[in-house]
Design a binder for this molecule. Structure first.
Ligand code: AMP
Length: 195
């Protein structure tokens, strides 16, 4: 594969991060997670971290202009020249537009959008477990509920846009991790060989 530019979308707890890592290794492209970038900055007390923290701890979205700039900077780094998998971006309609414009400026295009889904009770159970293991500041019950709601109202509707562009690859997020990866790869390879 010469280049591959992917998005991975889905609600919190569906296993996006895990699958993104595995796809990153399989295709040899960097895994770019906006959540990870924000958490790194939060931990290190940077100005960006301080600003983002105000939203993250409540389960709200960090303002678009902040997030868009971070993504554009990251996509310009050398390791992203021949592909990437973006995890956690775009998350609202404005970000979809911002990404379209960024890619146009860079002379690039998206190859596919992977979406994972699972029932709400499965997601809540997984997030509860993760909270116990990782101790993320936003894995408290109020922030978890807010994040799931943010996903449903602001992010999930974006899938229709990508579906109408013929880019969507939908996979069930419940099952064995390696089986889910295999299904994603099979569907992605199919889609990309048709385009
Ligand atoms: P995540 O690890 O993807 O669940 O992201 C954790 C938190 O970081 C989210 O709840 C948001 O507060 C913030 N965040 C991550 N990605 C974005 C984005 N694309 N736009 C706005 N906020 C984001």
């Amino acid at each position: 594969m010469t280049s591959l530019r992917l998005l991975i979308m889905g609600p919190q707890g569906v296993g996006k991060g895990t699958q993104a890592e595995r796809l990153s290794a399989h295709y040899g492209i960097p895994h770019i997670s906006t959540g990870d970038i924000f958490r790194y900055n939060l931990k290190n007390g940077t100005a960006l971290g301080k600003e983002a923290g105000r939203y993250i701890n409540k389960g709200e979205l960090v303002p678009d202009e902040v997030t868009d700039r971070i993504v554009e900077d990251r996509l310009h780094q050398d390791d992203a020249a021949s592909g990437w998998i973006l995890d956690g971006y775009p998350r609202d309609a404005e970000q979809v537009e911002a990404l379209d414009k960024m890619l146009e400026r860079m002379g690039q295009r998206l190859d596919a959008v992977v979406t994972l889904d699972a029932a709400q009770d499965v997601l809540l159970e997984r997030m509860k477990k993760r909270a116990a293991i990782e101790g993320r500041a936003d894995d408290n019950p109020t922030a978890i509920a807010a994040r799931l709601k943010t996903y449903d109202t602001q992010t999930k509707p974006l899938l229709k846009k990508y579906q109408s562009r013929g880019l969507l690859v939908s996979v069930n997020g419940v099952g064995k991790i390696e089986d889910i990866t295999a299904t994603i790869i099979e569907k992605l390879d199919q889609l990309c060989s048709n385009n």
